[in-house]
Design a protein. Structure first.
Length: 354
């Protein structure tokens, strides 16, 4: 998957230099070394290009990063998170560039990983919602993604183990552009869940961005309870704090309203000085009383339907996971087991050299 954890790593990487090139692997490479990908390679290429800190994308980048690759793209160094990335044979994919001194490390975003998000979809609970008690969350995850160490005790990877994401004001500041609307800007408001931020969302926001010469797009994100009221099941998969960072990382977005009202009201439009309200071709859910939440912008003549040309939905992403439940369960277990083994090998090496 491509999620806000990746965006945060790319944000940190960009701060280390002037021009950020991101290598994205093919589906076959990921399947070989990590298990089945959630998004296709074409979706991931487009998703990464939409992250605002990225200057260039290398499609089909080799899984093992060699000095030859860095030289080919005129890179001074490469950057990766502080988690292990191993080949199917258990080899560190950055071993060569580490030895050469052309490797930099950034902090992994705690509380999120592809394994974690896949696990939420497989568990099919609402325990990841921001209003769920932590003890309830732990109860559902006690038996997920755990291994045994050499003494038969429970152990799990610090990188892919399930954990709660804790939002901070600093993280929002780091992701936000901080730019106010300028004279001549067209202020466009869109609202929704934007759950499991994906290429469907990216294409919609890009199409919305083309609605004006100088667009300033404000995304209104609904609270978890509001999303769940309309979509049911265990939606949203990502809580409102996670969805905020996912949307803010997109280069087409200028601002986010966290916990936006479900109805687009006169007060909201006037307060934000909205010129246009846009909605995709997806279903418009009514308010609790059955009325139209877009009645005000509709009467003002500022409501536009945007055809992104992409029908991918959050439901479709979840169906990819549940359809291949056994494959993804196996993927998660293998990745967790591999990382635990690597940690234990490192610990044994340290003890032997003491």
């Amino acid at each position: 998957m491509v999620h806000y954890g990746h965006s945060n790593q790319l944000r940190q990487a960009k701060a280390m230099g002037d021009y950020l090139i991101v290598g994205v692997h093919t589906d076959s490479e990921i399947s070989k070394h990590k298990g089945p990908p959630v998004f296709t390679q074409e979706e991931r290429y487009k998703m990464v290009r939409a992250i605002k800190w990225v200057d260039e994308v290398v499609e089909g980048a080799p899984y093992v990063t060699a000095l030859e690759t860095l030289d080919k793209y005129n890179c001074d160094f490469c950057v990766h998170g502080d988690d292990l990335t191993l080949t199917v044979d258990g080899v560190d994919t950055y071993e060569e560039v580490k030895k050469s001194g052309r490797y930099r490390e950034c902090k992994r975003t705690q509380g999120v990983s592809t394994t974690d998000l896949v696990g939420r979809m497989l568990l099919m609970t609402k325990a990841h919602h921001s209003n769920i008690d932590a003890s309830d969350y732990q109860q559902h995850t006690d038996n997920f993604g755990k291994g045994k160490d050499s003494n038969g005790q429970n152990s799990h990877s610090p990188w892919t183990g399930v954990s709660q994401f804790l939002q901070t004001s600093q993280k929002i500041i780091q992701f936000a552009s901080g730019q106010e609307p300028q004279p001549g800007d067209t202020i466009i408001y869109v609202a929704g869940a934007f759950d499991l931020f994906n290429i469907g969302h990216v294409d919609f926001l890009r199409a919305t961005h083309k609605m004006a010469d100088k667009p300033y797009i404000i995304v209104g994100l609904h609270f978890d309870q509001e999303v769940n009221r309309h979509k049911g099941k265990n939606y949203p998969i990502m809580n409102v704090h996670e969805r905020t960072l996912s949307v803010l990382a997109c280069r087409y977005v200028s601002e986010v309203v966290i916990g936006a009202p479900f109805a687009v009201t006169k007060d909201l439009l006037d307060h934000l000085k909205v010129d246009l309200v846009c909605h995709g071709k997806t279903q418009m859910y009514p308010k609790k009383d059955g009325s139209d939440p877009y009645v005000v912008p509709r009467k003002r003549g500022i409501l536009r339907t945007v055809d992104s040309g992409n029908s991918l939905t959050t439901d479709a992403i979840v169906q990819r996971i549940t359809k291949n439940r056994l494959l993804f369960q196996d993927r998660n277990q293998k990745k967790e087991t591999t990382e635990i083994a690597a940690i234990q090998a490192t610990q044994r090496h340290r003890v032997a050299n003491q």
